[in-house]
Design a protein. Structure first.
Length: 562
């Protein structure tokens, strides 16, 4: 992107970057970073931040680092590091050789803390966590000084050294910045920089027993890496004065922190704590459950990285919190899958159809279009035989006025094949329809009737003899309400879980073209929706996850608004 171009059409973050390049504020550099904590799996909200940070670097000829803020060993694991790295790559971004960890800088952070102690700007405090909170004051009343705030520099240095050496139990002492206990911003009232935590770190082992707080570590990491634009979500806006104070107090390289609104989606929770609760309580099958908003869950459900990037671009970046309708995300998904997914026929709830006037043992191959949106996708052959399956819902013995599909005496078209007419209905002892008998018109193969007669419905089908058995999992929203966090008194967000978020159909049939399809391959089941091969599928048992239905609720919403 040309830094001299007009910034009128840019979002406010990109406009800042463009202006900084224009004024040469950072000597022509753009260096962003995506800094996840490795304490859980990434979700669609993180995808917005990933696309923003990596996207800006790409658009302005800069660089973006992947940095793990691993400052809390009790909640962090290598498993999360691996999953986050995989997700960022899957979304299409590359940090090249710029993979960093907060733990890479623990020694430097410690030395900077010592420097602040020597400057009289930090002190060791013996107050408990509860006492620190009580001393802090409120938004309307000032805090009061800790009784340990007046300790001398030598005593603080001695105590801090002994804290680092592991001499004191957890929670007995902290290192705090000496700022202003009457400051109107509570974050500036002598915040904690280090706490004692005798816990093994997934990278540094037992080397450290004091760990930096996020506020202390964040700006220092940015400074070491020479970040130009430190892009954070809005909840860190009140922390920016502290970010600035630490860097200015040390007199080190000072990036610019910029805040933007995080992503909120309807029918979804975005809190990692709540997502972890769903996993730990067995309310979902894991972080990668296709009903979860995690990137690995969306991937397993059949989402494409292109669709997620398109969604992030479409929603844009702003400074106010809002909730995006999940229908927009699904719209972006359909837009991508419509162009890229091969069409196939599948029957989820089979009803047998016998074509009485079709020769027994005869098999014809019908020409079927792989993707009408992609001429290069070509054609395939679909076997047609005397016995077929159609959807149960495509037949009604006594149809209402606007039901145009198959019924006794009615003629319909079979996709890519012939016109058929229902002549007889077979039922079981309970009165359920189990089989239909039909006749076909040989003159209607692959097109209209020569005499010009019309039918009002086209049905999908598969051959009984040639189709493959399959299990299909139908996913719906995990929650029943648009805002799952809004709950009745004495209830939590799990009270809004959707009991019908997953339905499993085990007797489905799919056309033989799907034999050997690879896991996570995406298809459009004609008239039914978009589906992908589940990771646990096999040659012995085909399993499909429904990615999204064909009905575009977002288009419906837009039409209603117009």
């Amino acid at each position: 992107m040309d830094a001299n171009d007009s910034t009128a059409k840019l979002d406010f973050v990109r406009a800042i970057v463009a202006e900084d390049l224009k004024t040469n504020k950072w000597q022509g550099r753009v260096n962003t970073r995506f800094p996840p904590e490795p304490n859980g799996y990434l979700h669609i909200g993180h995808a917005k931040s990933i696309c923003l940070n990596f996207g800006i670097a790409k658009e302005f000829g800069g660089k973006c680092n992947l940095r793990f803020d691993d400052t809390n060993p009790e909640k962090e694991e290598q498993e999360y590091v691996n999953s986050i790295s995989e997700d960022v790559r899957w979304l299409g971004w590359d940090w090249e050789d710029r993979l960093f960890f907060a733990s890479d800088y623990f020694e430097q952070m410690y030395q900077w803390a010592v420097e602040l102690v020597k400057k009289g700007k930090a002190y060791v405090c013996d107050l408990s966590a509860e006492e620190v909170t009580n001393y802090r004051g409120t938004l309307t009343s000032p805090g009061k000084n800790s009784p340990y705030r007046s300790r001398g520099i030598e005593e603080n240095l001695d105590l801090f050294t002994r804290m680092c050496a592991g001499e004191f139990p957890d929670g007995t002492k902290t290192l705090r910045a000496k700022i202003d206990m009457a400051h109107p911003n509570l974050n500036m009232r002598d915040p904690v920089m280090y706490r004692i935590l005798h816990a093994s770190h997934h990278r540094t082992g037992d080397k450290w027993c004091i760990y930096p707080t996020y506020d202390w570590a964040h700006g220092l990491e940015d400074s070491v890496e020479k970040i130009t634009h430190s892009i954070c979500t809005l909840e860190f806006e009140n922390h920016r004065p502290l970010y600035d104070w630490y860097l200015d107090a040390l007199g080190i390289y000072h990036p610019q922190q910029i805040e933007f609104a995080r992503l909120n989606l309807t029918y979804t929770v975005m809190s990692k704590r709540k997502l972890l609760q769903l996993v730990q309580h067995g309310l979902v099958t894991g972080w990668d459950d296709p009903r979860m908003p995690t990137i690995c869950g969306l991937r397993r459900r059949g989402y494409s990285p292109e669709a997620i990037r398109s969604f992030c671009q479409l929603i844009g970046v702003n400074k106010f919190n809002s909730t995006i309708d999940i229908a927009l995300l699904e719209h972006c998904l359909r837009e991508d899958l419509n162009k890229t997914s091969p069409r196939v026929m599948a029957v989820l709830r089979p009803l047998k159809v016998i074509i009485d006037n079709f020769p027994q043992g005869k098999v014809e191959e019908m020409d079927a279009v792989n993707n009408p949106e992609d001429p290069a996708a070509g054609m395939r052959k679909v076997p047609f035989s005397r016995e077929l399956y159609i959807e149960q819902e495509d037949f009604m013995e006594e149809p209402p006025k606007k039901f145009y599909r198959l019924a006794p005496g009615r003629e319909v078209r079979l996709r890519y094949a012939y016109f058929i007419t229902c002549t007889d209905v077979v039922k079981d002892k309970a009165g359920n329809v189990v089989e239909l008998h039909c006749t076909y018109d040989p003159a209607t193969r692959g097109g209209d009737a020569p005499d010009g007669r019309k039918v009002k419905s086209t049905l999908h089908w598969v051959s009984v003899e040639h189709s493959l058995g399959a299990e299909v999992r139908l996913y719906d929203h995990l929650f029943t309400t648009k805002n799952p966090d809004e709950v009745e008194e004495n209830k939590d967000f799990t009270s809004n879980l959707n009991p019908n978020s997953l339905k499993v159909l085990r007797d489905c049939r799919v056309e033989p073209a799907l034999v050997g399809a690879k896991p996570l391959s995406r298809f459009q089941f004609e008239r039914l929706g978009y589906f992908c091969i589940a990771p646990d599928s096999s040659t012995r048992k085909l399993v499909f996850n429904r990615t999204v239905t064909l009905r575009d609720e977002w288009a419906k919403i837009q039409k209603a608004q117009k």
